[in-house]
Design a protein around this ligand. Structure first.
Ligand code: SAM
Length: 256
């Protein structure tokens, strides 16, 4: 494809049909669901998404792609040329839709901002994203590993995370510096915390300084109470945040 790729917009277009098929095959909406694609680029994935029975809305920031994307004709497709981070998602999510399926080969520098926006402004059923491999490993990390961080706990509290496939950097044009991974975040049915506001604050504070223990990182909270709660779970405030499971954090938030 002859196109002047804009590096600052994270424009690395997927050219490997095998990967495109794998992503598409993993998305299975019904007629009354809505697919939202972020950054369709030249429409490699969009062309597959329109063959699903659901409506598809794409958000693409780069107006130069209009002539290419306008060649994709389908009654169930709407393409909005705007910055996904600036639009009001609620304006596009009609109550007639049952479940929301988000999908995107995301520009890496705004991966977290996009996920936060989706979670804050909608109730996603499923988010299928291609992201930098290292970041994907952090999202899926288990306790007691170097990669386990506040984002792992936050996402695993809300979603079951499944790896779809690894993607070599050679599958893109132009070739980026890093390898990627496609993962699916699926809203889980875990019992939710009675105090999510406190839960999120505790997660953030506990990982504030990764090398320090909970006693240091949670010194703004009632440490005696935290000690006794952690003892109930065979842990102490001398532990580091990476030793606590998602359930440990929920237990703390619900009982503090
Ligand atoms: N989906 C295409 C593919 O897989 O070949 C393109 C993926 S490319 C990594 C990222 C796309 O997101 C580009 O088309 C870029 O222009 C678009 N993009 C970047 N920032 C955006 C934003 N804030 N809102 C919407 N689209 C954005």
């Amino acid at each position: 494809m002859k196109f002047d790729y804009n590096k600052s917009l994270g424009q690395n277009f997927l050219k490997d049909n095998n990967i495109i098929n794998k992503i598409s095959d993993s998305i299975n909406p019904k007629t009354d669901d809505l697919i939202i694609e972020i950054g369709p680029g030249s429409g490699a994935l969009t062309k597959h998404l329109i063959n699903k029975s659901a409506d598809v809305i794409c958000f693409e920031i780069d107006k130069r792609l209009e002539s290419i994307l306008s060649e994709i004709k389908a009654d169930n497709l709407k393409i909005v040329f705007d910055d996904f981070l600036k639009i009001n998602l609620k304006d596009y999510i009609n109550s007639k839709y049952n479940r929301l399926f988000f999908v995107g080969n995301l520009p890496y520098y705004i991966t977290t901002a996009i996920i936060n926006k989706i979670i804050n402004e909608s109730n996603p059923y499923e988010i299928t994203i291609m992201i930098q491999k290292e970041v994907a490993l952090r999202f899926m990390a288990s306790p007691h590993t170097r990669e386990y961080s506040s984002i792992s706990v936050f996402l695993q509290y809300n979603f079951d995370i499944e790896k779809i496939c690894n993607v070599s950097k050679n599958c893109f044009e132009p070739i980026p510096k890093v390898d990627s991974m496609v993962i699916k975040l699926k809203r889980n049915k875990k019992i939710k915390s009675k105090n999510e506001e406190l839960l999120y604050k505790l997660i953030k504070a506990s990982f504030k300084q990764k090398r320090k223990n909970l006693k240091n990182n949670l010194n703004n909270y009632d440490l005696l109470k935290i000690e006794s709660l952690l003892n109930n779970r065979n842990k102490t405030t001398k532990c580091r945040a990476e030793e606590l499971s998602v359930d440990d954090f929920v237990y703390l938030a619900d009982n503090l």
